[in-house]
Design a protein around this ligand. Sequence first.
Ligand code: FES
Ligand SMILES: [Fe+2]
Length: 386
Amino acid sequence: MDTLDVDINPAPLQLCAQTDLRRIGANPNHWYPLAWSRELKAGRAIGVRFAGEPIVLVRPVDGAVFALEDRCAHRQVPLHDGVVDGCAVRCCYHGWTYDSTGKCIEVPYLGHDKLPNGVRPYPCREAAGLIFVFPGEAALAETVPFPILGASDDPRYRTRRFGKEVACHFSFMHENLTDMNHQFLHRKQMGQVRPRHRGMRIGHDWMEVDYTFGRTGGKQPLGEAAILGKRRRTGEQNHRELMTIRTEYPYQNLKIWTDTDLPVMNLWIVYVPLDREQRTNRTFGLLSIQRPKIPLLLELAWPVLVWFTERIFTEDRWIVEEEQKAHDAQGADWNQEVFPAIRELRALLGRCGLPISAQAERYLPPATCRPGPRSEADLHQAEAAA
Ligand code: FES
Ligand SMILES: [Fe+2]
């Protein structure tokens, strides 16, 4: 059966009719990559964002990367404009200095017994060429599982690191990857391909969808052959490969199998909201391709594979940005979704996320980060002591 047996006027699932999925924000109580490791050189700091929250990443010359609120406790200016000084960052304006825990350890014109409160620290880890931050409740960072990053550390694979800013709510990205029924969009790259939905499995914060594919016209593109590690003639490859897309909130993992237990392709991907309204995201993808028995083959095919995957990503990026523009122009999420897997995915994103409006209070500096009132007498006393 190549067509879907679905109710074309479905009742909404767990996502109630009043809930606009594009107004559900990403749940901050997870580990999110906010930058590639290569973007942060030793002895430097960079400013990144999670849903409008400014965060500075600091890499000391010696020592691990750390993350702080990117807002000097003195006058709110970004700390990423400052100077990395040992294992601390010194604000560019008056030189207030913060260690990796966010504690203010020096104010050049105050005594050390009079230091003000510091800034908020964030749990931070580096893995697979990515710098991860836990933007939510820091106490949960130890218990929330750190993601398994596809096959990026498996020597049997070569991994391409890719991603861009995309001007849409992250849920459009999730839906785009899960819904393989959009092959028509990729007809110029892929030829005529028809997916067959093979089933799905669902948990509270995860789901998996299986597909196979049949070619109904055109030749197999070289890029696809590079991914599968095989050339297939038209008609020969129909429904031979199995694709499984797993959403494990907030991450996605797409695997393709051909003849063996080891997937030929393993994509790990996440979409990090950038702005407060969560209308843009930065995509971080680790695309791992199994190395063939003759290693040189993959090296030769790599430029074709990069070109091919980039073309597909560009088409997907274009359409999800069109979806966001249409949503904004029309004022609400009026999708009439008929595919059960996408309806389930939307419900999953709804129950795992948080309303964007409820996250507004996250932008207020926590009380511990507000400097206490200081009197003129305090200042004079400190100057005299210094
Ligand atoms: S604004 Fe940062 S030290 Fe004054
Ligand atoms: Fe696509």
